[in-house]
Each structure stands twice: as structure tokens, then as C-alpha cells.
Design a protein around this ligand. Structure first.
Ligand SMILES: Cc1cc2nc3c(=O)[nH]c(=O)nc-3n(C[C@H](O)[C@H](O)[C@H](O)COP(=O)(O)OP(=O)(O)OC[C@H]3O[C@@H](n4cnc5c(N)ncnc54)[C@H](O)[C@@H]3O)c2cc1C
Length: 388
């Protein structure tokens, strides 16, 4: 067994670190103070994303992306996750299912998205359909000219800057016919209902959208009618591992800051790291990150090879669950070590503490990951998690 990173992997890791620190960090306070980044900043970052070659790490070169393996994508995401305010989301990773589009869809939507010229948002969640998306009420009904979409979507991340939305709707209101449609945001009937405020100050917004008699022709269906849930499941693996990688990156930054602070902060005549209460917190943080990172690297490496789709899904749930809960523990200790400074928004530890809370909610809550894991244990036995 050899767990050493190759020279190429180390170079990629170092490049992603340099990109995050040089390109993303300078905009963190702008994002914090203005609750998002300006269109000008977004354009500058997009240009740099292209210059540095971090656009669409998750899509093939043929489709205008970087064609990275999942392991390589994870190495990049881990570094990006150190940036606060989710500025990592200005480094677009177009939704994975788009690669299953027709040639026309690939040319119209995927290739320009990979080149930072267009931007997608993915809308599944609704007021009464969260963890259980089969409850979606957004429907698509056959009409002259294609399908008419009606419904409402919540929490549409990057909905403010996206120019098209992948909308999960049920044809004829039937969940068996769950289908994803490409919906251009400028079509008549697409409207922003509300843009709520959230705990974090995110580079972009998460608006709620209404779709009122929005007509799209059949060529806007991604895959086939009824493919909706399968397309989403495929995406979960990549999205969940991406979250896990960013959690490891965020936790690492918190630990670096806390460790340095503990060495320099003098109380009662000693650096606070000399107090066992502080030193033990640092030890627990380091151990937690080590465990999360080992799990993440192992699973991303395995999945980059040949693996059954269900196994991938099962493993990705465990990694997402562990890493998102880990960053919560680490960030909380980071705030504690920094004392009052840890509670100031100008401090990246405070921002990461807020930013990473959502990682236990989106792309499947911690409870839903446990539902997946326990279901897999029941069906396939413990070996899927504990066997080696
Ligand atoms: C900032 C942000 C951005 C988001 N971006 C997007 C986006 O771009 N696109 C999109 O479609 N969605 C997005 N979401 C939605 C997100 O995926 C959902 O919030 C999430 O899936 C949970 O759904 P819910 O909020 O309706 O909670 P609910 O499903 O109502 O859950 C409420 C509670 O019940 C628990 N629960 C539910 N079912 C079970 C069960 N079977 N067993 C045990 N406990 C259970 C949950 O874990 C949770 O604790 C975003 C959410 C946030 C907060």
C-alpha cells in the first residue's frame, strides 16, 4: 500500500492553494461586508479561473472543462474550501448531469458554462419538498410547443447570477415522471419571488423562484422523461464529495489560525497553548482533520477508479456526513481558542464557523445521510463501510 501523493498531485494541490490565497482571499471581506461579491469582482475571478485552469474541473476537456479525476477535483476543492463567503462558488463546476445532454444541449449550455460564459443553477427543493423530493409540486404538462411548467422552487443557489436553471418537475404531476428541464431565466413566466437572508454571507444568493406557464420545447428535457431522480443521484456523489473536501479545507484553515494564535497569545504569563485545556482542543482538531482527510482521500481515490454506482453513493454519504460534522466540531473549538476574537466577523475562523453550518443541511441533511448509510448496511452488510 502506498498513500503518497504523486508529484503531479502535489503540484496540483500547491497550485490550488496559491490560487485560493492569491485570487480568492482578497475578496473575502468584500463578500462579508456586502453579503456577496459584485458583478465586477465576479468577472475578475472568472477571468482568473480561466487563466489558472480551474474552470469546470468536473467536466471533460472535450466539453471545455479540465477533465480531472474525482481525486484531482477533491484536491482542488479542499483548497478552495479555505476561502470564506463561499467565494469558491465563483469557480464554477457546472452541474454534472449536464454531461448527459444532447449534442445541442452540450453546445448551448454545457460548453459555455465550462468556459465561465454561462451559469446554471439546480432547482429541486420546494416549500413542501426538501429531504423527500418526490413531494415536488412543480409540474410540466404537455402543450402546444412542448411543455408548460408551473411551480415554485426554494433555495436556488446562484439563482441571482445564473442565466439558466435546471428545474426538476413532475410531468403530469406524476413523481414517476420526474424530469429535469433546461429553463432559461429570461423566459416569460420565470420570476424571483423572494431572496431571503441566510446565516452565511455567500458570494451569491439563494432566491426563491416561481414558474408560471413557462413554455419550453421538448429539446429542453435533460435525458428522458422520468430520468429526474437518477440524474440527481449521479450528481450526489460528486456534490457530496465536493462538500466534504471543502469541509476538510475549511477545518484546516481554522486549525492553522487557532494554532498560531495559541502560540502567540499570552495570558497569565504563558502562551495559551501551554494550558492543557487549549492544547487538548488543538489535539482533537488535528485528529479530527486527520481522520476526515484520510477517509476523503481514500474514498475519492477508490471512486476515481472502477466502482459500482451504488457503492459510490453509499461511500459518498459517509464521507459527506463525517466531514461536515467534523468541520462543525473543529470550527467551534477554533472560535473558543480565539476567545472574543473568534466571535468577530473580520476573523476567518468566525466566518468559517458560520459558513460551514449549511454543510450539514444541503445535498442531504446529516439525518438523510444516516438513512442512506443504515439502508446500505441493511441491504449489503457492514463490509461496505468497515471492510477493507
Ligand atoms: C443555503 C442553502 C442552499 C441550498 N441550495 C439548494 C439548491 O441550489 N437547489 C436545491 O434544490 N436545494 C437547495 N437547498 C435545499 C436543501 O437541499 C434542503 O434544505 C435540504 O435538502 C433539506 O430540506 P428541507 O430544508 O426542506 O428540510 P426537511 O426535509 O423539511 O427536514 C427538516 C428536518 O427533518 C429531518 N428529516 C427529514 N426527513 C427525515 C428522515 N427520513 N429521517 C430523519 N430525519 C429526517 C431533516 O434532517 C431535518 O433535520 C439549499 C439549502 C440551503 C440552506
Amino acid at each position: 500500500m502506498d498513500f503518497t501523493l504523486s508529484k503531479e498531485h502535489k503540484e496540483l494541490q500547491a497550485k490550488a492553494k496559491a490560487f485560493t490565497e492569491e485570487v480568492l482571499f482578497p475578496y473575502e471581506m468584500e463578500c462579508e461586508e456586502n453579503d456577496g461579491i459584485t458583478p465586477e469582482t465576479h468577472a475578475i475571478i472568472n477571468q482568473k479561473v480561466m487563466d489558472w485552469g480551474f474552470n469546470a474541473t468536473n467536466h471533460s476537456k472535450e466539453h471545455g472543462g479540465q477533465g480531472m479525476t474525482l481525486f484531482e477535483q477533491m484536491l482542488v476543492s479542499e483548497q478552495l474550501g479555505m476561502a470564506t463567503g463561499a467565494i469558491w462558488d465563483a469557480v464554477p463546476q457546472p452541474s454534472y448531469p449536464m454531461k448527459f445532454g444532447t449534442q445541442e444541449q452540450i453546445e448551448e449550455y454545457l460548453i459555455p458554462s465550462c468556459q465561465c460564459k454561462r451559469r446554471d443553477a439546480y432547482a429541486i427543493t420546494e416549500a413542501d419538498a426538501g429531504s423527500d423530493p418526490s413531494q415536488c409540486l412543480t409540474r410540466a404538462d404537455k402543450c402546444d410547443g412542448g411543455y408548460k411548467i408551473n411551480g415554485e422552487k426554494w433555495f436556488v443557489t446562484v439563482g441571482d447570477v445564473a442565466d439558466f436553471i435546471l428545474v426538476h418537475a413532475h410531468v403530469d404531476g406524476d413523481p414517476e415522471k420526474a424530469t429535469v428541464f433546461f429553463v432559461d431565466k429570461n423566459l416569460p413566466g420565470v420570476a424571483v419571488k423572494r431572496t431571503p437572508q441566510y446565516t452565511h454571507h455567500f458570494a451569491f444568493k439563494h432566491p426563491e423562484f416561481t414558474f408560471t406557464d413557462v413554455v419550453v420545447d421538448e429539446s429542453k428535457i435533460l435525458g428522458k422523461i422520468g430520468d429526474g431522480f437518477d440524474l440527481t443521484k449521479d450528481w450526489f456523489v460528486e456534490a457530496r464529495l465536493g462538500i466534504a473536501a471543502r469541509c476538510v479545507g475549511g477545518a484546516t484553515r481554522v486549525l492553522n489560525v487557532a494554532n498560531e494564535f495559541a502560540a502567540g497569545r499570552i495570558m497569565f504569563g504563558h502562551p495559551i497553548r501551554d494550558f492543557q485545556a487549549i492544547e487538548f482542543m488543538i489535539a482533537d482538531m488535528a485528529m479530527d482533520i486527520m481522520a476526515a482527510k484520510s477517509l476523503l482521500y481514500r474514498v475519492c481515490w477508490e471512486i476515481s477508479g472502477d466502482m459500482d454506482r451504488k457503492q459510490k453513493h453509499a461511500r459518498a454519504s459517509a464521507v459527506k456526513l463525517f466531514c461536515s460534522e467534523m468541520v462543525g466540531r473543529v470550527a467551534d473549538k477554533g472560535v473558543q481558542i480565539l476567545g472574543g476574537r473568534g466571535y468577530m466577523r473580520e476573523n476567518p475562523v468566525e466566518r468559517l464557523w458560520r459558513d460551514t453550518r449549511v454543510d450539514r443541511i444541503w445535498e442531504g441533511t446529516s439525518e438523510i445521510q444516516r438513512v442512506v448509510i443504515s439502508g446500505q448496511i441493511k441491504k449489503r452488510g457492514l463490509d461496505i463501510y468497515t471492510g477493507w
